[in-house]
Ligand binder design. Structure first.
Ligand code: CA
Length: 232
């Protein structure tokens, strides 16, 4: 059924990991290009034009965070960032510079491919939905304005620059303002994951939304989920 060639750039300097990831993704039908340092990753994003990028943070040249920053400034691409386990700083900076998802090392190949598929599904949805439905309504809630057709968000008239995932998450929350949405449900609806093992990803993106749009916008219901706190 799927005839579109999908290209994944894998950026990792540890050859054994890079080769294993590439082999698995090729087995899944992806066209894979490898880069082993920061500068060649940025170059490969230009020439190979990947549909998604698997990006390790620790790289020679300049690190994955800088790679992410430079690539997203040129042409937005969905990025899955690989971080050292427990490194919260890398994670938060990664999401701030435009990564859509992250995985801590060590990870299973099954999880990696599931994440890459989910990233591409979301990206395709974004591309496919826009031209077909140019009249997607602009959501206005209190001082929040979400222009779905242009994928732009303003709060109090000030534009916030969200990643594609942050945008999708916000639209979901805005679909049911003042209603608590469970993290597992957000994970399934926004990320397309069936299991609940990645709920921390939801938490991280909520942090990103609060940082960009104001801490008061989203309420945490501990042990359950999140609600958008704006006037209908
Ligand atoms: Ca590395």
């Amino acid at each position: 059924m799927e005839t579109i060639e999908r290209r994944v750039l894998v950026v990792e300097d540890e050859r054994a990991i890079a080769d294993a990831v590439a082999a698995r993704l090729r087995a899944e039908g992806f066209v894979v290009h490898l880069a082993g340092d920061g500068p060649s990753a940025v170059q490969a994003a230009r020439t190979f034009r990947p549909d998604a990028i698997v990006l390790d943070v620790m790289l020679p040249g300049f690190d994955g965070l800088e790679v992410c920053r430079r690539i997203q400034a040129e042409r937005p691409v969905p990025i899955l960032m690989l971080t050292a386990r427990g490194d919260e700083t890398d994670l938060l900076v990664g999401l701030a510079v435009g990564a859509d998802d992250y995985m801590a090392k060590p990870f299973s190949m099954r999880e990696l491919t599931a994440r890459v598929h989910a990233l591409l599904r979301r990206a395709q949805k974004t591309v496919a939905v826009q031209p077909v439905q140019p009249s997607q309504p602009t959501i206005r809630l209190g001082d929040l304005e979400i222009n779905q057709a242009e994928r732009r968000v303003l709060r109090g008239g000030v534009e916030a620059h969200l990643t594609p995932t942050e945008f999708d998450l916000l639209v979901h929350l805005a679909g049911r303002p003042r209603t608590v949405l469970p993290r597992e449900r957000l994970l399934a609806d926004v990320w397309g994951w069936a299991d609940a093992s990645g709920t921390r990803t939801v938490d991280s993106h909520i942090k990103g939304l609060r940082r960009k749009l104001g801490a008061d916008l989203i309420r945490t219901v501990h042990g359950v989920g999140y609600a958008l706190e704006v006037d209908r």
